[in-house]
Design a protein around this ligand. Sequence first.
Ligand SMILES: NC(=O)c1ccc[n+]([C@@H]2O[C@H](COP(=O)([O-])OP(=O)(O)OC[C@H]3O[C@@H](n4cnc5c(N)ncnc54)[C@H](O)[C@@H]3O)[C@@H](O)[C@H]2O)c1
Length: 448
Amino acid sequence: MKVAIVGSGYVGLVTGVCLADFGHDVICIDKDQSKIDALERNEMPIYEPGLGELVAANVAAGRLSFSNSLEEAVASAEVVFIAVGTPSRRGDGHADLTYVYDVAREVAVSVKGFTVVATKSTVPVGTGDEVARIIAATNPDADVAVVSNPEFLREGAAIDDFKRPDRIVVGLEDERARAVMTEVYRPLYLNQAPLMFTARRTAELIKYAANAFLAMKITFINEVADLCEAAGANVQEVAHGIGLDNRIGSKFLHAGPGYGGSCFPKDTLALMKIGQDFGSPLRLVETTVSINDQRKRAMSRKVISACGGDVRGKKVAVLGLTFKPNTDDMREAPSIGIIQGLLDKGAIVEAYDPEGMAAARQVIPGISFGENPYDIADDADAIVLVTEWNAFRSLDLDRLKAKMRVPVFVDLRNVYRQAEMAKHGFQYHSVGRPEAGLRAEAPRKAAE
Ligand SMILES: NC(=O)c1ccc[n+]([C@@H]2O[C@H](COP(=O)([O-])OP(=O)(O)OC[C@H]3O[C@@H](n4cnc5c(N)ncnc54)[C@H](O)[C@@H]3O)[C@@H](O)[C@H]2O)c1
């Protein structure tokens, strides 16, 4: 099939290369000329494991190409995917649909013959209706079926997620699109990935509901972690104990510094606004957003307290900046708020991240960057592990401690075991795992 993908970021590029790998003839389009130039030199504009090799193989096979103009590609395409960004709109938190609607107008003037326009971007309920209206208004002769095909891939495991999805959701209003979308995903369908057809508005809501549910799950265990610290219980064991219940499941129950990234923060906010607009507020989601916002600041307070209540003039070394491992994406990374909280209290911050430092320089001013974990540990008064890259799971603890001025280690991802850290002489603090011997008093009964 001939496929055009408009927007070649994390989602567009991965979708494009995977569809090419299935045998389709794909053109990835982006208006950012520097991205297209890089891709044509086989340099990846983003860090995503396995992406470079897969792009190179499909370009070499003649199935994948890149362009900064959509005209030709759209004219010959049977399916056009819209995969541009839908960031939070400044000021009110609604999803900013400017990029999606711009693409709709551009596509409208270029389409030839019956074409399926599939929105992969995460968009509020009713956006498909508006995309269809814009296309019809811009070019009354355009013969298109607008479908919603939300994407569920995770950065850092994007290729695997795309090729082995839990489900593929297609929301349509025009039955002609069913056969086309079935053909697009045939290799996955043959692999037994459930292909779920539904109405367009339902598909749009499935994506937001899924992300909001996962964000609530993370936020729930984070609050339980706080209670564990206060009450002398261990959140990892609580998470294990509840996760073994199939109705709950063990994933997304890792206590930490709060969720971040390119999706959860903006999507929870957008869903909250969608609910309010429809007069059907989602109060659980509203509360989740508020708890998660406060958590980053709370994590800086945790570090300050681990440093004896004051960080003015003290050096804090930060391990990991990206919102999660195996990506270079810094969008809404918890590290940003945590570091800001430390800087506000006078700390000197030096950080290291295996892939995120170029992006971090743009969004975190006022800090310095080192070459590796041991480099930034030099003369540090504390180390804070913020993102659990594999490279931080097996640090040479003796070497690290020897470098530090004060051996305080704040592990916001519960990577290390308390006993091990104590053995190496660290003052170790983690999330929801009270230090041995520091059991809080049980609350007194009212009668006492
Ligand atoms: N990143 C993820 O993990 C993920 C997962 C699932 C869904 N999504 C959703 O997918 C969408 C895209 O996210 P992303 O992370 O890939 O964004 P991104 O910012 O990495 O990529 C978007 C790309 O679109 C390009 N673009 C914007 N307007 C254009 C136009 N008119 N013509 C051509 N190109 C244009 C931009 O230059 C950019 O390269 C969002 O709605 C997001 O919510 C993202």
